[in-house]
Design a protein around this ligand. Sequence first.
Ligand code: PLP
Length: 376
Amino acid sequence: MSIKNISLTPAVFHLPERVNAIAPEYAQNPIVPRGPRLAPVLDRVQNKIRSALDCEETHDPVMLTCSGSGAIAAGLGSCVLSRDASRAPRILVVSNGAYGERQARYAQQMGLSTTHYALEYGKRPDLDEIERLAQKDDVDAIGLVHGATSTCSLNPMLEIGELARKLGKTFLVDGIASLFVEEINLEEAGVDIMIGSTNKGLHSNPDLAFVLVSKPLLERVCEETGRIPYLDIGEAWKAQRNGGHPYTINIRALLEVEAALDSLEEEGGVAGRISIYQARNQLLREGYRDMGLQLFEHPGMPLQNIGTALYLPEGTQYARLADELAEWNDGSGECYEIYSAQGRLADQVFRIFNMGNYEIETYGRFLQALKSCLKT
Ligand SMILES: *Cc1c(COP(=O)(O)O)cnc(C)c1O
């Protein structure tokens, strides 16, 4: 019997049966991604995204062919507009983890005037400092990562959104690790540009990503040329609102996304998925505490639903622990893939995610395996 590799990572994991059923069926009946055959598929996917995220009236999802980072680049390059046409757009990026650093680097690389408020990983940003920096540099936009995957914590999106609104700044949020798995109301949070991908909380494959743009901003974006060819939100939306796409788009991937959205709906929508993730976390975090593991936490930064960052216990080598879990073979038919920390935390912290299509019992068995590996 082959051993099932349980992914405790946020990248690629087992997906719902409905999603897996698409590829073999599609292979028998491929669809040319043009005109009358593309339009209804695209339309259904976009409507189901709007409906799952409850933003029908306020935001439109622009679909892109790329992983999540491509959508970050597209959002920064197309939707952060300058109030003064004679200068580049200006953005303040708030960062306290690897993806905030990536956002700042992308903004800079594509020629946005970038103010980088860089904090220690996992540390809560200070609202007064955000306000001070935004005003000092007279920025057009504020950028944030909501679910901060490198530290498994949540940034104060509501508070920063309220501040952005008060200051009249466009608010861009990387929600790749929080959409579909955290409670988010885009309008209430004052988000103008929300970046998402299909392979994380949505449980589909990593072929597509999307940017949700508030309707009035999207109208303005359509009048501009994006800074990155191909990843140009205005160009894409002008085609998509008429049921097309400017380039080849993967219809199999779109159908998988639709199946993933149907699966989500069956689970009770975002609220249903959150309760599944929370049940896993309750079990897992209690187990970690029982084992004497210390959670990586900072004041004012709630833990993310998708996973937990833990300090490596004294004397434990991450690589050895990961190898042992990957080679786990106790007759249960499961082995486990965990995740190291990113960037600056790599030697102190490791991460265990609870995403994907697994039964709760799997996490109980994993805790036994972890306990045993930590003992040796
Ligand atoms: C996974 C992730 C990304 C994007 O990563 P890709 O590898 O490009 O899909 C961006 N931001 C956050 C917060 C993430 O968790």
